[in-house]
Every structure is written in C-alpha cells, then in structure tokens.
Design a binder for this molecule. Structure first.
Ligand code: GLY
Length: 350
C-alpha cells in the first residue's frame, strides 16, 4: 500500500504521475462515487488525473445504505457486463461508506482486483480509507461482512475537505483525536488546544501525521491480531452507542460522534481501572462537549446499549473487551470490562 500524504505538492498531481507509470499500463479504471462525490469531487479528480479521464463510473446512494450485499452484487454485475478483467482498478472516491463498499467489491471481484482509495471526508482521510478493512452491513448490524484487502494507493488530498459541512468535519475529528491519543501526545494536545480555543484548522501536516501514525500501525499488524487493536479505543462503546442511536426515539449519531462519546466512557473506565490521570478525562470531555452535546443515558438506555456491546466482534469467551489507556500513548488492549462498569460509565457520560 502506498499512501500519498498531503504536502505542498498536490496529492492529485502525485496520483497523476503514479497512474501514468508502468505499474498501471493497460489498467482499465472504474470510479465508484455516490451522489455527493459525483457532483462535488469527480470533476476535480478527472481534470487533475489524466489517466482517469477515460474511466467509467458507477454511482451508489449516499451513506450506510450502500454497504449492502445487493448493491455489491449490482456492482459486480456491472463490472462483469463491461468485460472488466483482473487488470481493472476500482477507484473509490468518497467517505468511509464508499471505501468500505468499494474495497469489498474489489476484494471479491475475480478473487481480487486492485483498488485506490481517494477519501473525500475527514473521517476517511484520518481513518477509514487507510488499512485495508472493507465492510458491508448485515441485518442492520454494522460491518459484519468484510475482507482485509489493502488498497494499492491511498491518496489524501485535503482540497476535498472544502466540500464538507462543519458537522462532517467534527465527525472526523474524533477519529483524529483517538489516533493521537494512542500515537502522539504532542499532536493530541495541539488538536485539543485548537478545539478548546476555537481556532481549529486541519492543516496538511496534522492530517499527514494522523495518516502516518495509522499507516505505521497497520504495517505492523495488517490483520488486526495485536497492536492494531489500539485503534479501537472508544469503539466498543462507540459502535454500540451508534447502533442504539438509530432506535426509535433516539437522535441518530454518525460514527465519529458515537466514537467521541465512546472515548469519554473508555477514559472514565481508564481512570477507575488503570489509574489514568483524571485531568486527561476532564480535558477530553471538555473537547468533546465543544463539538457536540454528549448523550444523556438512563438505566433503560444502558440495557439497550449493552445488548449491542454483547455482540461486539472483539468479544472473546463471553467477555466484553475494551481498549483502555494507562496514559496518553499507553493503551492497553483486550481488557475485560464487567457489565456493571459499562452501565456506570454510560450513566456518567453527561
Ligand atoms: N478503524 C480502525 C482500524 O482500521 O483498525
């Protein structure tokens, strides 16, 4: 996997050079878009990356609904009917849903074709597009079906962030905060300062540092068997909070915000179980509260959230496992957490 990180030279110009090189001789390109990226991002991409000017494109609906086996099957049928062979390259232009779906389609087509991820959301640039996790949802349960299939190239170009509303930027910030919590105290403090002082600017350097940390972790553990699990900080709570938020009567939370709430719970338990400095929890809670209203849960809600936590992919031997922090940059993986501790953390969220 080659990651084109943001720098002074435009990432799309570097992609243009890479796709003009021998490795992509005779490649036939298909571009996967949704309705938003078709309108706001595709014109820039094909103007700046000459080898993609003849690409065919395939469009799917916006959001989680596209991560469905029926849609993946339609895309495979389109590729087959168009005579796409193993030299085909699927270019995924979009946020996390597009790169999850496109990576899945590339992994399955003719036992695997190359794909290129061009994330257009902050959450995609910071996390989802990097690392080769592909996923579809099953029966309303998120990311239950998938393969590890590393992209040939991840091209991170911050110019696509200009097309995003504030809410989408904030959604992505939580995955950045998580990566810096486990991987770089200096960048973590810098990002917290900017959020607290209202001077937030996602510079190319900050984005590049986040992508570099994730890329380095994935290189050590591409199949999520050990160290990569540190990137799940906040996610055992976060996935369950996200799923529960789609229940009747709740306000639906996007993935990043749910992880943002999950990080509060994980830090709360880290203080109690691992002796994390409570000032780290307090500062993070203040940062999260600047970006959205943390949900308030009753005992009844905690039962609903626990139902999802019991189904978490990472559980083992009937235990709910979490990543917690001893300190910034000192995560501990696979810690069993009792259901009463989970209820307590959820009740103290806000
Ligand atoms: N999003 C966490 C990972 O890719 O491992």
């Amino acid at each position: 996997m080659k990651t084109i990180l943001p720098s002074r030279t435009s990432s799309l110009s570097r992609l243009n050079r890479m796709l003009s090189a021998k490795a992509f001789d005779n490649a036939r390109f298909f571009i996967l878009v949704d309705e938003n990226t078709y309108t706001h991002c595709l014109p820039t991409l094909i103007t700046k990356v000459q080898p993609l000017q003849q690409a065919e494109f395939m469009e799917v609906p916006v959001g989680e609904d596209c991560k469905d086996i029926a849609i993946a099957t339609q895309l495979w049928q389109t590729l087959l009917e168009s005579g796409a062979d193993r030299n085909t390259v699927l270019v995924n232009l979009g946020g996390g849903c597009i790169t999850d779906l496109g990576g899945f389609v590339a992994a399955g087509y003719k036992r695997g074709i190359r794909h290129i991820n061009i994330p257009t959301s902050l959450i995609g640039m910071a996390d989802a597009a990097i690392g080769g996790k592909t996923a579809l949802n099953l029966d309303n349960s998120k990311n239950q079906i998938g393969f590890f299939h590393q992209p040939a190239i991840v091209c991170i170009d911050p110019q696509f962030l200009d097309t995003l509303p504030d809410g989408e930027m904030f959604n992505g910030l939580f995955e950045m905060l998580k990566t810096f919590m486990v991987g770089s105290q200096q960048h973590y403090q810098q990002l917290c300062d900017m959020i607290l002082q209202g001077t937030l600017q996602i510079s190319a350097d900050l984005l590049a540092s986040c992508a570099e940390i994730k890329t380095a972790i994935v290189k050590q553990d591409p199949h999520d068997l050990g160290i990569r699990r540190i990137l799940n900080l906040g996610h055992t709570f976060g996935h369950a909070i996200e799923a529960y938020s789609h229940h009747d009567g709740q306000s639906p939370l996007a993935h990043g915000f749910a992880v943002g709430a999950g990080l509060v719970c994980a830090l709360y338990l880290s203080v109690r179980k691992l002796g994390l400095d409570p000032a780290i929890l307090d500062r993070y809670r203040a940062v999260a509260a600047k970006l959205f209203a943390l949900p308030h849960y009753t005992l009844r809600d905690t039962e609903g959230i626990l139902t999802y936590m019991r189904q978490d992919k990472k559980n083992a031997n009937g235990d709910i496992l979490c990543v917690l922090l001893q300190d910034l940059s000192a995560p501990v993986i696979d810690l069993p957490v009792a259901e009463n501790e989970i209820r307590d953390a959820l009740l103290k969220l806000s």
